[in-house]
Design a protein around this ligand. Structure first.
Ligand SMILES: [Zn+2]
Length: 77
């Protein structure tokens, strides 16, 4: 058994089969291209996650504002 130098999982080869796939893509498209693609996709996913978080927080804040407004009305009655 070896330890894959990339993902550090145990493997029967010097590099595990998943990481060999990555190495294969690097040999076809170049290391720089693979890194650019990964950067683009992974950072976009992060953006979407952030948008979702912001959206959910906004809903929470609006619900609180709505509750506060209703409390104000009840107090004024
Ligand atoms: Zn690996």
């Amino acid at each position: 058994m070896f330890c894959c130098p990339l993902c550090e999982q145990y493997t029967i080869y010097s590099v595990c089969s998943d990481c060999r796939k990555i190495r294969h893509y690097m040999s076809i498209y170049s290391k720089e291209r693979v890194i650019t693609i990964l950067d683009n996709i992974l950072s976009r996913t992060e953006d979407k996650q952030e948008n979702k978080i912001v959206h959910e927080i906004k809903e929470d804040i609006e619900a609180k504002k709505y509750n506060l407004r209703n409390k104000d009305k009840e107090i004024k009655k």
